[in-house]
Design a protein around this ligand. Structure first.
Ligand code: X2X
Length: 360
């Protein structure tokens, strides 16, 4: 080719080089359409059943998105410096990407989530499943969307049981004067006041030291917390009264969620559902006959370390009391005023839906 011809093609060559360069620069930008790390907040350590669920979720997200989404659980509310009740607010603002959090900790932003915490309202696993998968559950997720939170799937902390260092509790009078640690969600403070106890509200991050030092006499939490935290080192007495339940919800900042491509949303949603199923089975194992133990064994090839939670607590020296119908009635009577105050705050509509879901 003569020099003249080359000169004629030069502008085209320059163009080609520019186009190629742009394409090269642009492709890494496309690959980086996702953040290096997505932060997930949860209130408890990785050893709790809830924490094991978060670990599972992160693993499944990685697997199902083929490594495109790197989700990192920040256990023990480290992102919130322990302020557990701030989780939903921070995810709604987009300061934190997502959460696996208790309805108790969601309650301050989403009052409807407190429907699970009316005392002696939702009292069995069957009823809990009906409410979560029914109209009330959908109403809670809808309320979350309005506040900028996309609910993905349910998980569980569980039915909360009372433990204390002083005496067996089988009637409201036994609670008189007991200093019981509760979460700062005011529904809990009011319930324990009505029961005659002396509720002390504190974040979970401070609670274990308070048990160790005997600053409080008691607390309430499900077996998925009681066993890993070794509550028997501090409290000799447990009352299994299923007085209320706290489900967990996997949720994401809605704006960020809506910006994800469809296949990524599906992958994360599937991961949340599967992790939720695993984690719910951990929390129910040994409390629902063979059902959850079977789910863990057959679907997840997982063997529980303590498949019989009540017997395990007893083997560690705890006295575990179960209540008769008449004993439960006395607690129901004592906590009735909560309904008058709290049903309007939670929303009459969602409470009615929950009742209907349970066939009442
Ligand atoms: O604070 C609690 O008691 C705990 C760990 O159960 C919750 O985060 C609701």
């Amino acid at each position: 080719m003569s020099t003249r011809k080359v000169m004629r093609f030069k502008p085209i060559l320059v163009w080609l080089v520019v186009v190629l360069a742009v394409a090269l620069i642009a492709s890494p930008v496309r690959a980086a359409e996702f953040k290096k790390e997505y932060k997930l907040t949860l209130n408890v350590p990785s050893s709790f059943y809830w924490g094991m669920g978060a670990t599972k979720f992160a693993e499944l997200v990685k697997e199902k998105t083929h490594g495109k989404i790197n989700l990192k659980p920040y256990y023990s509310s480290t992102l919130l410096k322990g302020a557990q009740l701030k989780a939903a607010q921070m995810v709604a603002k987009g300061v934190i990407d997502c959460a696996m959090e208790s309805t108790i900790n969601i309650g301050p932003v989403i009052p409807e989530a407190n429907v699970f915490h009316l005392p002696f309202f939702i009292n069995t696993f069957e009823n809990l499943d009906r409410v979560e998968n029914g109209q009330a559950g959908r109403a809670v997720f809808a309320a979350m969307e309005k506040k900028g939170l996309k609910g993905l799937a349910w998980a569980e902390n569980g039915f909360r049981q009372l433990t204390n260092s002083k005496r067996p509790v089988t009637k409201p009078e036994d609670l008189k004067g007991l200093r019981v640690r509760v979460v700062g969600n005011p529904l809990f403070v009011e319930t324990f006041r009505l029961l005659g106890a002396d509720p002390v509200n504190m974040n979970w991050g401070d609670a274990v030291t308070a048990f160790q030092q005997g600053v409080v006499d008691g607390q309430e939490n499900p077996v998925g917390v009681l066993i890993p935290v070794q509550i028997f080192n501090y409290h000799k007495y447990a009352t299994f009264w299923n007085y209320l339940v706290d489900p967990l919800i996997f949720y994401w900042n809605k704006k960020q969620w809506d910006s994800f491509p469809k296949d990524i949303r599906k992958a994360i949603m599937d991961a949340a559902r599967e992790a939720g199923r695993f984690e719910i089975a951990l929390c129910r194992a040994g409390l629902d006959g063979e059902k959850s133990i079977g789910v863990l064994k057959n679907e997840f090839k997982f063997t529980m370390e303590h498949p019989q939670p009540v017997q395990f607590l007893e083997s560690k020296g705890m006295t575990v009391s179960f209540l008769t119908e008449a004993q439960v009635q006395a607690f129901i009577q004592a906590t009735q005023p909560i309904y008058k105050d709290w049903v309007p705050k939670i929303g009459q509509d969602v409470c009615d839906k929950a009742r209907k879901d349970m066939g009442r």
